[in-house]
Write a protein that binds this ligand. Structure first.
Ligand code: 5AD
Ligand code: SF4
Length: 477
């Protein structure tokens, strides 16, 4: 489904990630990735490190020398999916005992060397900050040992590594601008799996964006767990930026966004994810100033109840969040807004749930990612609260949340009818070979007859039809 491309691309979860065909090597890796965009961006760093070491990619894990699975730990089902996947690889390892199996990413970081005990076929366990060590770890395994590196770093941002783009359409690319998270939301495993927050040198981000533009890319998405918290004052941990002087001379997210927007008016900029407690009006004013910064903000609310937000340690109330939405609507009247919602968090009452529904309606979200609460080991919530909402109630509440969002999205899509939209062409539509598919500034998919256009070009499309989530039109320029 095209709408799933927005944040977590369901189509790409667990799919073989491929290098461009001109990259050759004497060894073959099979690489697949789960979870968020950040993980997919990390897989491009992994691929870059391994191509240096003589690897190319394969779509068939049966012919691989090494299988790497870049894992997610955000909810229990993300981990179960990886466990199931490992059983598929067991047969391949039986046929080829030299096959090396490595688990990377958040689940690797969470389980550390326990992974080796629990899953006997695993040879390598590597956390998100240790990818530079991969060639060395492979060497160790070739020598007959198991290898683990789950050290989290204060400095690592992979700033000097140019990611190789996997499965690229040559139009869209991700750039990670920071790593880790210091927010400590009580439900979330990320601070434990990705470590403390640190921002990447803005010069290296701008250089990477310029290089992508020169290679024909036309849209970049700046990635971080909490982009509004970006601050660069020479490197190292955010919490160690202490002096007034460091703060005043530091680069903020608003400044970084402006630097990237100025590269070229034909380069579109998106970013993800914002955090309500850190989102400043500065960022909104920069967005208003530059046509090429897309008018779409992903601002996860998680719950509409101030009491639950407090238990989640989100650092804002319902009213504070509403004030942020009003600021967006005022400064950026045409901005799309999307959200993440968790239902059935510890102690959530029917009244709390109703407040989530009423907030969704009030905020009039274009789109939401909606989840039932899944307790994660060692998080603040696991230590402090009982996971006390029965599964059936979680299921009923999430169904109500999903139904409401569907209604809001359909209504929102219709507001885009009978208007002209500037669309960046990305690929052939899944509906028809004769149609292009791209997105408007608000991140809604637009399809239209191909004509003489090519991917990477902009088209002004008059939209006169739509499905629930896709706009359909024809080019007028
Ligand atoms: N259970 C359910 N959903 C979660 N998320 C994060 N942790 C959990 C959890 N333990 C959701 C949040 C977050 C998104 C990436 O995943 O909504 O914004
Ligand atoms: Fe991404 Fe969070 Fe999953 Fe890690 S746990 S891959 S940061 S979604």
């Amino acid at each position: 489904m095209e709408e799933a491309e927005k944040i977590i691309d369901e189509n790409r979860q667990g799919e073989a990630l491929m290098l461009p065909t001109n990259v050759t090597g004497n060894k073959k890796m099979y690489l697949e990735s789960y979870g968020c965009q950040m993980n997919f961006a990390d897989s491009e760093i992994v691929a870059s490190i391994l191509t240096e070491g003589g690897f190319t990619t394969t779509k068939d894990f049966n012919e691989a020398d090494v299988i790497f699975v870049n894992t997610c730990a955000i909810r229990d089902n993300a981990e179960q999916r990886v466990r199931t996947r490992l059983t598929d690889f067991r047969k391949a390892k039986k046929k080829n005992p030299d096959l090396i199996i490595g688990v990377l990413g958040c689940m690797a970081e969470r389980l550390k060397d326990k992974f080796l005990d629990e899953e006997k076929i695993v040879d390598i366990v590597v956390g998100p900050d240790a990818y530079r060590d991969l060639p060395n770890l492979i060497f160790k395994v070739e020598g007959g040992q198991k290898a683990v590196n789950v050290i989290l770093s204060k400095e690592e941002t992979y700033a000097d590594i140019t990611p190789v783009r996997l499965d690229t359409n040559g139009v869209n690319a991700f750039i990670s601008i920071m790593r880790g998270c210091d927010n400590m939301c009580s439900f979330c495993v990320v601070p434990f799996t990705r470590g403390r927050e640190r921002s990447r040198d803005p010069e290296s981000i701008v250089a990477e964006a310029k290089d992508l533009f020169a290679k024909g890319y036309r849209e970049i998405t700046l990635l971080g767990q909490n982009v509004d918290s970006y601050i660069y004052a020479g490197g190292g941990l955010k919490k160690e930026i202490l002096t007034e002087e460091q703060r005043t001379s530091a680069t903020t997210f608003a400044q970084l966004l402006e630097m990237v927007a100025q590269i070229n008016p034909d380069l579109r900029i998106r970013y993800s994810t914002s955090n309500p407690r850190d989102m400043t009006d500065d960022v909104l004013h920069v967005m208003a100033k530059y046509e090429n910064i897309c008018k779409n903000i992903h601002l996860p609310v998680q719950s509409g109840s101030s009491r639950i937000l407090e238990a989640m340690n989100r650092g804002y109330t319902r009213e504070f969040y509403q004030e942020r939405i009003l600021a967006i609507r005022k400064i950026l009247p045409d901005c799309g807004i999307s959200s993440d919602i968790i239902t059935g968090f510890c102690t959530e009452t029917e009244e709390d749930h109703q407040q989530t529904l009423s907030l969704m309606e009030w905020a009039d979200y274009d789109f939401s990612f909606m989840f039932a609460y899944s307790e994660r080991p060692n998080t603040l919530a696991e230590r402090k609260f009982d996971d006390d909402i029965p599964e059936e109630i979680k299921k009923r509440r999430i169904a109500e949340v999903i139904a409401l969002q569907q209604k809001l999205s359909e209504r929102k899509t219709k507001t885009h009818l009978n208007r002209i939209h500037r669309v960046l062409i990305e690929r052939t539509s899944k509906r028809s070979d004769e149609m292009w598919s791209g997105r408007n500034s608000q991140n809604i998919v637009v399809v239209f007859p191909k004509g003489n256009f090519k991917p990477g070009e902009y088209a002004d499309v008059f939209v006169d039809k739509c499905t629930a989530t896709t706009l359909i039109g024809r080019v007028i320029s």
